[in-house]
Design a binder for this molecule. Structure first.
Ligand code: AMP
Length: 270
C-alpha cells in the first residue's frame, strides 16, 4: 500500500494504475473501524485500484469543539487500510486540500434540507465540497458510503446528479457491535453506562420496523423505546427513495445518529 499526502503525488500514483482497471474510492475521516473495513472489502471486490482517503474535513464541522475532540489514529488507520486491500491511502493535511486563497464551496439543497442539515448548519455543504474535491482528484468510477449516514448518501446522490459528476455511488450496510449499537468513531467516547443506554437506539429501529409491518406508526413505536435518551429527532424521512426511520439522540454528551429503511432493514444491519 502506498500512502500519499499531496494531490500531485496522488495524481502520479493513480496515472500509473488506471490501466489496471477501474478505480474505487472510499472517503473517510479515519479512526477506522469494522464499518469502514466492510466498505473497503465491498469496494475491493469490483475494482482494479482501491483508494481510501482519511481526512478530518474541517469544513463539515459546525462545532469547533467537536472537530477538536474528533479521534485521530494515523498509524492504526494505515494498518487497517493495508489489511483491507487498500492500494492507495490518501491522507492529506488540511492545507493540501484548502490552500490559502481557497474560496469555493458547494451548496446543496434538496436532500440536505431537514434532519442533520437543520441541526448542523453548513455540514452537508462541507461534505459535498470535500467529496467533490476528492472525486476530482481521484476520478473514481465508484465511490462507497455507509447506510449509517443515510442522509449523507442522499446528499451525495443529489450532488452527483445535479452537477453531472461521473461517479457511481454505492452504499454498504450499517455494521453494528454485538449489542447492535452501530459502529461509529463517536461512540468510542461513550462511558459504559451510556453505552448501555445507547442500546435503546437499535431497539427503537427494530420496534419501528415491526410497527411498519403491522400498519402502525413507526415513529411512535421508536419514540417509546427512547424515553431514557435526550432525543433530537425521531421521524420517517425519504432518503434515496426509501422510507427511512431516522433517529438522532444524545447519550452522555455524545450525539448518535442511526436509521433503518423500513422495507429493507438488512441495509441497516438489522
Ligand atoms: P466517517 O469516517 O465517519 O466519515 O465515515 C466514512 C464512511 O464510513 C461513511 O460513508 C460512513 O457512512 C461509513 N460508516 C461509518 N460508520 C459505519 C458503520 N457502522 N457501518 C457502515 N458504514 C459506516
Amino acid at each position: 500500500m502506498t500512502i500519499v499526502r499531496e494531490a500531485a503525488a496522488l495524481r502520479v500514483a493513480l496515472e500509473a494504475r488506471r490501466a489496471a482497471g477501474s478505480v474505487a474510492l472510499v472517503p473517510t475521516m479515519g479512526a477506522l473501524h469494522r464499518g469502514h473495513r466492510s466498505l473497503f472489502e465491498q469496494a475491493r471486490r469490483s475494482c482494479g485500484t482501491l483508494v481510501a482517503s482519511v481526512f478530518v474535513n474541517p469544513k463539515q464541522f459546525n462545532d469547533a469543539g467537536d472537530l477538536q475532540a474528533y479521534p485521530r489514529d494515523e498509524e492504526g488507520d494505515a494498518a487497517v487500510c493495508a489489511a483491507s486491500g487498500v492500494d492507495l491511502l490518501f491522507a492529506p493535511d488540511p492545507a493540501a486540500i484548502y490552500p490559502s486563497g481557497h474560496a469555493t464551496a458547494v451548496t446543496v439543497g434538496g436532500a440536505a434540507l431537514g434532519f442533520e442539515g437543520d441541526r448542523r448548519p453548513g455540514h452537508f455543504d462541507g461534505v459535498a465540497t470535500i467529496c467533490l474535491i476528492l472525486f476530482n482528484l481521484v476520478r473514481p468510477q465508484t465511490a462507497w458510503f455507509g447506510q449509517k449516514d443515510a442522509q449523507q448518501v442522499a446528499v451525495l446522490r443529489q450532488l452527483v446528479g445535479d452537477l453531472a459528476v461521473s461517479v457511481d455511488i454505492h452504499v454498504g450496510p450499517t455494521v453494528r457491535d454485538p449489542d447492535e449499537v452501530a459502529l461509529s468513531s463517536r461512540n468510542r467516547r461513550l462511558a459504559p453506562a451510556d453505552r448501555e443506554r445507547a442500546r435503546a437506539i437499535p431497539r427503537a429501529l427494530r420496534a419501528a420496523v415491526r410497527a411498519h409491518r403491522a400498519g402502525a406508526d413507526p415513529a411512535r413505536a421508536a419514540r417509546a423505546e427512547l424515553a431514557d435518551l435526550d432525543v433530537d429527532y425521531v421521524d420517517v424521512a425519504t432518503f434515496s427513495g426509501l422510507a427511512t426511520l431516522v433517529v438522532a439522540a444524545r447519550c452522555g454528551g455524545v450525539r448518535l445518529i442511526d436509521n433503518v429503511p423500513l422495507d429493507q432493514p438488512a441495509l441497516a444491519g438489522l
